[in-house]
Structures are given as C-alpha cells and as structure tokens.
Design a protein around this ligand. Sequence first.
Ligand code: ATP
Length: 203
Amino acid sequence: MFVVGVTGGIGSGKTTVTNLFQQHDIVVVDADVIARHIMDKGGEALAAVSDRYGQQALFEDGTLNRAWLRERIFQHPEDKQWLNELTHPLIRQQILTQLQQAQSPYVILSAPLLVENRLTKLCDRVLVVDVSEATQLERTQQRDDVSADQVQSIMNAQASREQRLQAADNIINNEADEAQLVTQVEKLHELYLRLALAKRSTH
Ligand code: ATP
C-alpha cells in the first residue's frame, strides 16, 4: 500500500485538506481518532488501566474516567511513561491494520504528531499543511473558543514549523482561503496516483 502521511500543527488545516482527498475516494486513517478509541470498553488498554488503578479509574458503567487519568499522569510522570508504553504500540498496530485494510489506490495517514511520533517511517510520502503561527492561533481560537495561551502551549509541545517542513516531501500552503486548496489537492492526488501505480508495478 502506498501511504501518504499528512501532518501540520494545530489548526493548520489537516482535516480540511484530508476531507478534500476523501472527495477523491481516498481512504483517510486518522491517528487521533484511533488514539481516542484505544481506551474503549472491552479493549486491551482499558483492561491494563483497570488492573493497575482499579475502580477509581473507571466510571460505574466501566468506561474510562479520562479526567481522572489525565490528572494522574499530570501528577506522576512515571505513570505517563507507563501509559505511553502501553498505548503507543497498540495505536501503531491499529494504524497498520487500518492502512492495510484500506481499499483505495493509495491511503492517507493523518496525524498531528506524525513527525514527533516517528510515524513518518510508515509513509512513502509526507505532506505538510503549512501556515504561519499567527494563522494557527487565529483559526484555532475561532474554531475552539480557547485562549491564545492555551493554543500557544499546544503549539510549544508540537514540533516546530521548521522541523515539520524538514520532513516534508510536499507542502500545501494554507494561508489563503479554502477554495485555493482544491487545486492544490487535485494536483497532489494526481501525483500520488502515479507514484502508487509506480510502486505497485515494481513489487
Ligand atoms: P487540529 O490539529 O487542531 O485538529 P487541523 O489541522 O485539522 O486542526 P482544521 O480543523 O482543518 O485544522 O482547520 C482549523 C480551522 O481553520 C477550522 O475551523 C477550519 O474550518 C479553518 N480553516 C481551514 N483552512 C482554512 C482556510 N484556508 N481559510 C480559513 N479557514 C480555514
């Protein structure tokens, strides 16, 4: 499978861009969605959390008390490490499964932390959605009703614009309006179709 990794900082426009690829019938695997579901009821990860912390980590219906766990790992760095070691391999495995099952000429892996979590290794090409930090701040605040400080602290925890751009094979500049994304995505879609075909013919 030919995998295109799509990344970008908070509020850069990843979802807006990947929605446009979906309109070309390209399957999008979303690492954020997978990460959110890794603690679903009945799963291996929730069982491990429940073994370690008991009932205090769960609601009465057996689902995870996310606020409790967030506070716990905030207070105990070693628990944060334990949780990462538990969840990261499971998330990676689920990503691989979904990439393998995708039924489209190529598949997109969308991940805000593609570079930070070294998911670039799973990708044939890396596409970075790029905007200035000022635009990230403005659009995220408009979308989420959060303070500039909150957005800035998330931006500080993510890779820098330069680090992301260094990992990029292709870049979509998303400073202008959404309409200009359509032609950029169309051109890249044609490119990825060609590259995916070339990869298939050499295997
Ligand atoms: P996150 O990582 O926070 O999930 P994201 O990278 O997926 O964000 P989007 O949700 O696609 O970003 O875009 C952020 C906000 O900016 C959304 O409200 C979106 O509608 C808006 N937006 C995206 N592109 C543009 C654009 N070119 N012009 C104006 N607004 C835009």
